[in-house]
Write a protein of this length. Structure first.
Ligand code: 5GP
Ligand code: ZN
Length: 110
């Protein structure tokens, strides 16, 4: 998707504070954190939202969820974390490239 900001991050066209990357997924810190630790895990292929996910994405979505606790722990969220997937305009989604928010650790340090 040529106009998608997260596809541009995947392509390295705009910078992000990455914390994990493999052939399928990318994790990077949110530019406007809601908590002391706040990052997102995204699939590398463009999927607009959870509404647009299809059976062929099952393994990819499972991979993202299994990665969440591992990366949360690496970021120091030892006692737990929150996850959030905003879906569609009515769900508060602003960036239409599927992403799972992971956050915790108290108030954001701004
Ligand atoms: P949504 O509301 O779509 O679930 O969340 C989009 C998130 O992406 C927001 O929390 C916003 O701060 C974050 N975001 C938007 N643009 C950028 C960007 O260019 N870089 C990073 N790292 N995060 C972004
Ligand atoms: Zn995209």
């Amino acid at each position: 998707m040529s106009n998608c900001i997260f596809c541009k991050i995947v392509a390295g066209e705009i910078p992000a504070r990455k914390l994990y990357e493999d052939e399928d997924v990318l994790a990077f810190h949110d530019i406007n954190p809601m908590a002391r630790v706040h990052f997102m895990i995204i699939p590398k292929p463009h999927i607009d939202s959870l509404t647009d996910a299809a059976p062929e994405h099952q393994a990819l979505l499972g991979k993202i969820l299994l990665l969440a606790p591992r990366l949360a722990k690496e970021q120091g969220l030892d006692s737990g974390f929150k996850t959030l997937i905003n879906t569609g305009r009515g769900g508060g989604q602003e960036v239409f490239h599927l992403h799972v928010h992971i956050f915790g650790g108290g108030p954001a340090v701004k």
